[in-house]
Design a protein. Structure first.
Lengths: 561, 33
C-alpha cells in the first residue's frame, strides 16, 4: 500500500475509535453501560446495519456476484418483512419489560431454566463466531498485503476490546455509526470507480447486457426447486426465518435496537434497515458483476489468490502452470473476439452462444488451475472468490481509495466483533452472574463484572482467531453453527409470544428435542442450511404443544431481574 | 407516536418498497436474460 493509503486507513480508524471512546467516556452506571439507552433512530439503524455487515460481507459478496451472479440478493427478501413483524410484536414487549437481554423476557414468560438454556445457546454460538469475525478478514488481508496474520488478528482484537470495554454499548453504537458511514461511502466510491473503469464506448446498459448473456443477471428465480439455494421462495421462507431469528433473538442485534431512546426510535431504526438493506446487498453484488464485466476486457488472473499461484511458480509444478496460463491467454483472446461480435449484434442468439461457450472454456481452465493447486498442496484453499474484490482494489484503484477500501474491511470486522463482545459480556453478567451467582451486589460491582466478562470474551475471540488456521473444519462448523441454533431459539420466542397456554417445562423439552433434531438433520441429510431454521423452529412449537397437552399449563414467574 | 395509528402505514411502506424492488428485479432478470 501507498503512504497515502496508510494515512487514510490509520486516520479513519483512529478518528472513529477515538470519537466513540470520547463520546462514551466516564460512564459510571451499569444501566447506561449495558443499555446505552438514549440513541436516535438513525444511530440505531446504522448500528443494526453495521452489526450485520461483517468484513466477509464486503469481501465475499462481490466475489459471489462475480462467480454466481445476482441471485444471492433473494436471501435478503425476508428481511424487510422480519423488520415489520419484530417492530409490531417483540420490540414493544422488550421495551415495556425494560430488559437488558432478549433472554430476560423468557423468564417472565416461562421460567429460569428456559431463559438460561437459550442464553447459553447464544453464548456458545456467538462466542465462537466472534473469533471468526476477526480471523476471516485477517487471513485475507495478511495474504494479499503480506501482513503477519497473528499481528493482524491481535490488532483488530485489541482495538475492539479497548473501546468496547471502556464505553460499553454506547461506545459500540457510536463507533458503529461512523464505521457504517465509512463502509457505505467506500462501497459507493468503489461502485463509481468500477463504472468509470469500464471501456469508454460501453454504456451501463451494455455492461448489464454482457453480464446477462453470461448468466449473471439472474436476480429473481421463481422456480420451486429446493436444490437451488437462493430462490424467491427460499428467501421469503427460510430467509425470513433466519432474519426473524437473528434480529429477534440474537443479543448482539437486540442490544442495538434496545439502545433506542424510546420505542419509536427503536422501531424507526429497524424499519430503516428494512428499507435500505436489500438495495445495499443488490449494489454490493452488482459491484462483483461489474468487476466480472471489467475482466471480460482485461485478462484476469487464472486464480485470484496470488499467494497460492506464487507458491506453484516456485515449486515443481511451475511448468504445468505456465502451460495452463498460455492456454488461458489464448482462450481469453478467443473470448474477447466473441465479445466484440456480441457487442456489435447483442440480439443475435448465435453471438451470445459463442460468448457463453468461450466463458465455459475459461471456467474449465480456472478449474484445472484449482486442481493443480490442490495437487501441489492438499491443504491449500482452492476457493478464490473471497480474493476477487480485494485483488481488484489493490490492482486497479488509485492511492487513497485503496486505503479507504481496506478501512471498510477493518470497520466491518471491528463493528461486528464489538457488537458480539458487548452482547456476550452483557448476557454473561445479566443472565448468569447477576441472576444466579451474585444477585445482590452493587452498581460498581456489576459494572466491573461486565467489563471483565467483556475482556474475557475478547480473549476467547482472539485466541480462537489465533488457532483457527490450524482447524480448517472448525471454521466451516462455526459457519453452520448459527443455523443450527437459531431455529430452536426463534421457536422459543414464537411459542412465548403466540401460544399463551404453553409453560416453561414444555418449551424446555421443545428446545432440547428440536436442537437434537436439527443436529441429526445436519449430520444425516443434505437439506440446505437455510431450512434448519424452519425445521428447528417448527419442532419447538410442535413438541411444546404435545408436551403442554399432556401437562397442565404452568403459571409464569413474574421476575425479569 | 408510540401507539400511533401511523405505524401500519410505515409497515406498508416497507413491504411496498420490497414489492416494488422485487418487481423491478424481475423485469431486470427478464430483460437481461
Amino acid at each position: 500500500m501507498n503512504p497515502i493509503d496508510w494515512v487514510v486507513l490509520i486516520g479513519s480508524l483512529a478518528l472513529i475509535v477515538g470519537y466513540g471512546t470520547w463520546r462514551s467516556r466516564g460512564i459510571r452506571s451499569v444501566d447506561t453501560y449495558l443499555r446505552g439507552g438514549s440513541e436516535r433512530w438513525i444511530t440505531v439503524a446504522l448500528a443494526v446495519m453495521a452489526t450485520q455487515a461483517s468484513a466477509i460481507t464486503f469481501l465475499s459478496t462481490p466475489g459471489q456476484g462475480y462467480e454466481d451472479g445476482m441471485g444471492f440478493v433473494q436471501f435478503y427478501f425476508g428481511l424487510p418483512i422480519a423488520m415489520v413483524i419484530l417492530s409490531a410484536t417483540i420490540v414493544p414487549i422488550y421495551k415495556k419489560l425494560k430488559v437488558y437481554t432478549a433472554y430476560q423476557y423468557l423468564e417472565s414468560r416461562f421460567d429460569l431454566k428456559t431463559r438460561q438454556l437459550t442464553a447459553f445457546l447464544f453464548l456458545v454460538q456467538r462466542g465462537l463466531a466472534a473469533g471468526l469475525s476477526i480471523y476471516a478478514p485477517a487471513i485475507i488481508l495478511s495474504t494479499v498485503l503480506g501482513w503477519p496474520l497473528h499481528l493482524t488478528n491481535l490488532i483488530i482484537g485489541a482495538v475492539v476490546v479497548f473501546y468496547t470495554v471502556s464505553g460499553g454499548t454506547r461506545a459500540v453504537n457510536q463507533t458503529q455509526t461512523h464505521q457504517m458511514t465509512v463502509m457505505l461511502a467506500g462501497m459507493a466510491l468503489a461502485f463509481g470507480f468500477i463504472l468509470y473503469r469500464l471501456p469508454g464506448q460501453m454504456s451501463f446498459g451494455d455492461a448489464l447486457g454482457v453480464a446477462g448473456a453470461l448468466g449473471k443477471m439472474n436476480v429473481v428465480d421463481y422456480s420451486p426447486r429446493v436444490d437451488t439455494r437462493y430462490t424467491f421462495w427460499s428467501g421469503m421462507t427460510g430467509g425470513l426465518f433466519v432474519q426473524l431469528a437473528y434480529f429477534g433473538t440474537d443479543q448482539s442485534q437486540v442490544q442495538r435496537y434496545l439502545s433506542g431512546a424510546s420505542l419509536t426510535e427503536s422501531r424507526l431504526g429497524l424499519l430503516f434497515n428494512g428499507l435500505v438493506k436489500v438495495p445495499m446487498q443488490f449494489f454490493i453484488l452488482l459491484l462483483g458483476v461489474l468487476i466480472f464485466v471489467f475482466y471480460q476486457f482485461n485478462r484476469p488472473p487464472v486464480f485470484f489468490n496470488e499467494a497460492e499461484l506464487a507458491r506453484i511458480r516456485a515449486g515443481p509444478q511451475a511448468a504445468r502452470l505456465q502451460e495452463l496460463e498460455s492456454e488461458y491467454d489464448r482462450v481469453f483472446d478467443e473470448k474477447k473476439s466473441a465479445l466484440d461480435r456480441f457487442l456489435s449484434s447483442p440480439r443475435s442468439s448465435a453471438t451470445g452462444q459463442a460468448l457463453r461457450s468461450a466463458e465455459l472454456k475459461i471456467r474449465a481452465i480456472r478449474d484445472r488451475a484449482k486442481a493443480l493447486i490442490a495437487s501441489a498442496d492438499p491443504r491449500a484453499e482452492t476457493k478464490d472468490s473471497d480474493y476477487i474484490f480485494i485483488q481488484f482494489v489493490l490492482r486497479h484503484f488509485p492511492p487513497g481509495l485503496v486505503g479507504l477500501l481496506v478501512a471498510v474491511i477493518f470497520c466491518a470486522a471491528m463493528s461486528a466483533t464489538a457488537a458480539a463482545l458487548n452482547a456476550l459480556g452483557t448476557t454473561t453478567v445479566v443472565d448468569f452472574y447477576q441472576r444466579s451467582l451474585r444477585p445482590n451486589a452493587g452498581n460498581d460491582h456489576y459494572l466491573l463484572a461486565a467489563k471483565l466478562f467483556t475482556v474475557g470474551w475478547g480473549l476467547v475471540a482472539v485466541l480462537f482467531a489465533a488457532f483457527a488456521s490450524l482447524l480448517d473444519n472448525l471454521i466451516q462448523a462455526v459457519n453452520i453453527l448459527g443455523s443450527i441454533f437459531y431455529g430452536p431459539m426463534l421457536g422459543v420466542f414464537l411459542v412465548g409470544f403466540f401460544l399463551k397456554r404453553v409453560g416453561g417445562t414444555a418449551v424446555f423439552a421443545g428446545i432440547v428435542v428440536a436442537q437434537l433434531l436439527v443436529i441429526l438433520v445436519f449430520v444425516f441429510s443434505r437439506i440446505g442450511f437455510l431450512w434448519y431454521n424452519v425445521i428447528g423452529c417448527a419442532a419447538v412449537v410442535a413438541v411444546s404443544l404435545i408436551f403442554s397437552a399432556r401437562r397442565p399449563p404452568v403459571s409464569p414467574t413474574p421476575s425479569t431481574a | 407516536m408510540e401507539d400511533d395509528r401511523r405505524w401500519p402505514a410505515l409497515y406498508w411502506l416497507v413491504i411496498g418498497t420490497l414489492a416494488a424492488q422485487v418487481i423491478a428485479y424481475s423485469i431486470l432478470t427478464r430483460v437481461y436474460q
